[in-house]
Design a protein around this ligand. Structure first.
Ligand code: HAM
Length: 411
């Protein structure tokens, strides 16, 4: 019996037909980043295990149970990167990037690895787009980063977008809050799930993330970090919100938002799509990590950033209404091809997505092709050079004066 190989569980091949939508997401991101002055950088696929253990946090699910860790021939413990931020901060320190004009604004993208239970939108090798701004505490940075991701997702046409926003305060205020929350959890221990009870001493905030109905009910009245911010953190957060309001970015304030990584301080956020299943609905998330560079051995330096999952974005886009293939498809018999070609050029010049047959099809074949491409309207030029325009959805047809085609078709 022959055995056939398959891609490892939780991984996938990207087949030729699947590359185009990915390239579209990348191109849109690259353009936005270029306009906003973010430079691309890349770090290795694997790093010292200790970098993630310290950077992401020993108490997180990622470090606790999701890392692909191996020992190399030199007996060093290495880990396939589960995220980008710790490595980018490592590189910032290693290459003395604090000597560059601050803040340093970078973006990156590539494969990441987490040993999670595979399901729709959750893989063991997945791809992220990542943006980081290191070296400024200004709320302008938080707002700019959020606006960039909002622009990217909206520009791509991701349906059902929702932005959740909160602030986790700084390490000092969080320590006091942690004690308060722990006391609350102890009081309600009987209502909490086994998993939450086991891990509440390590990280009580995780209780907000539980899917267990009993825990969720108990957490409804739990104290929220966002109500315990000190004055400086509260002002910082208010400024971020004012900037987002001014830019017209809609968000929901959500004091239950906790991220799965330990390095956050102050602003945290997540973009979700209602088009996706509840257990993998977050398209991207991030926040401020002002203590991380110092924790990794660098000079005290603030930072903020986000990462978005490319597969999740693509899944959400599959749920979106299909975009019309072209605004106008021009059909014409052979003798009128020159006229059709000139009209297409003119329409494109006016900003319309216009196409014509490029494969010598009959008139009937051209109409079929226009339909298959999802064209919104078709211009039909006849043998005598007269034209009509047909609305492809309603089938309605009207005469078209070719001399005024642009005027009519842009209306
Ligand atoms: P994260 O929330 O762990 O943040 O991941 C960001 C995004 O990566 C998620 O919202 C999701 O879209 C995608 N993602 C994560 N795990 C998987 C998976 N197993 N399968 C498919 N997609 C996945 C971070 O990684 C932080 N480094 C973000 C950040 C940057 N914070 C500050 N700077």
């Amino acid at each position: 019996m022959s055995s056939r190989f398959q891609a490892p569980r939780g991984t996938f091949d990207i087949l030729p037909a699947e590359e185009a939508p990915r390239a579209t997401v990348h191109a849109a991101a690259a353009e936005l980043f270029a306009l906003a002055g973010y430079a691309r950088m890349d770090t290795p696929i694997f790093e010292d295990t200790a970098l993630f253990a310290r950077g992401v946090g020993e108490g997180t699910d990622i470090v606790h149970k999701e890392m692909f860790t191996f020992t190399d021939q030199g007996d060093r413990s290495l880990t396939l990167r589960p995220e980008a931020t710790a490595a980018i901060c490592r590189a910032y320190i290693e290459h003395w990037m604090h000597r560059l004009p601050q803040p340093v604004k970078v973006w990156s993208s590539g494969p990441f690895f987490r040993h999670e239970r595979p399901q729709a939108g959750r893989f063991r090798q997945f791809h992220q787009l990542d943006a980081e701004v290191i070296g400024s505490e200004s709320p302008l940075v938080d707002a700019e980063l959020i606006m960039l991701l909002d622009d990217l997702l909206r520009g791509l046409g991701v349906p059902g977008l929702r932005l959740r926003l909160s602030s986790l305060g700084t390490a000092a205020t969080r320590a006091a809050y942690r004690d308060e929350l722990l006391a609350y959890l102890r009081e309600h221990e009987a209502d909490l799930s086994e998993d939450v009870r086991r891990r509440m001493d390590e990280n009580p905030l995780r209780a907000f993330d539980s899917k267990d109905p009993g825990t969720q009910a108990a957490m409804a009245d739990a104290p929220r970090m966002v109500d315990r911010l000190d004055q400086a953190d509260a002002e910082h957060f208010a400024e971020v919100r004012t900037l987002l309001d001014r830019a017209g970015v809609a968000y929901v304030l959500d004091g239950t938002l906790v991220r799965g990584l330990d390095y956050y301080a102050r602003t945290v956020f997540e973009f979700e799509s209602e088009a996706l299943d509840a257990q993998a609905r977050t398209l991207g998330g991030g926040g401020r990590y002002d203590g991380l560079i110092e924790l990794l051995g660098g000079p005290a330096t603030p930072g903020c950033g986000w990462a978005a999952g490319i597969e999740r974005i693509l899944l959400a886009l599959e749920e979106a209404e299909p975009q019309p293939g072209a605004d106008v498809f021009v059909t014409a018999p052979d003798a009128q091809t020159g006229r059709a070609y000139a009209l297409v050029q003119e329409l494109r010049g006016a900003g319309l997505r216009a196409e014509l047959d490029l494969a010598g099809r009959s008139l009937k074949g051209q109409m079929k092709h226009a339909d298959r491409l999802g064209a919104r309207r078709t211009v039909i030029i006849d043998d005598g050079g007269k034209a009509a325009v047909r609305d492809m959805a309603s089938g309605e047809q009207a005469e078209l004066d070719l001399a005024r085609a642009v005027e009519t078709l842009t209306r």
